[in-house]
Design a protein around this ligand. Structure first.
Ligand SMILES: [Zn+2]
Length: 178
């Protein structure tokens, strides 16, 4: 049996349809909690981890059904996830404040899987930065090569000019002599 706060139903001016909808969502939540227990028996960490998102979605839908604004600060069911080992009293004291105390070891809310993901991302980032470093080095080397070949070209063209000039001078001297 699902008991709902009668005062609140009056206050929110809920219809029978609204109430039926809320009860349906509670049934869904109970089913989800039963499934989580099954996932725990199977040690299905992925599903257990995903359950946090599913519960949150149900909490938002419950807020919709109760005609409240969607606000995760008001969520409480996340703490009663059967797989959750976060401190109960410390969190209950902080209900509706927006503060949550997650236990690091909690399979649902702890950071074990998240850290692994971050590590993978960090490794990828390192690979990428290594690649860009290599590319940058290559670019620099290429630029240096182009620059040095330009300098050589400039030098040789100046030498040619010098040659031409000395030839001209020679010719001019010869002309003067004759
Ligand atoms: Zn937890």
């Amino acid at each position: 049996m699902i008991k709902l706060n009668k005062e609140l139903i009056k206050k929110q001016n809920l219809t029978k349809k609204d109430i039926a909808n809320i009860k349906k969502l509670h049934v869904k939540k109970n089913k989800l909690f039963n499934n989580i227990k099954k996932w725990m028996n199977k040690n299905d960490l992925k599903k257990i981890k995903e359950s946090a998102k599913l519960i949150e979605e149900l909490e938002f839908k419950l807020q919709d059904a109760w005609k409240f604004e969607r606000n995760s600060k008001m969520h409480t069911h996340w703490l009663y996830n059967p797989a959750c080992t976060c401190p109960k009293l410390d969190n209950e004291e902080r209900f509706y404040t927006g503060q949550r105390i997650y236990s690091k070891d909690c399979i649902v809310h702890g950071d074990t899987i998240e850290i692994k993901k971050e590590e993978v991302v960090k490794e990828k980032d390192l690979e990428i930065s290594d690649k860009t470093k290599k590319i940058n080095q290559k670019e620099l080397e290429e630029k240096a090569e182009i620059l040095s070949s330009k300098i050589i070209k400039a030098k040789s063209s100046r030498e040619i000019d010098d040659l031409k000039l000395s030839e001209k001078i020679k010719k001019a001297k010869e002309l003067l002599k004759s």
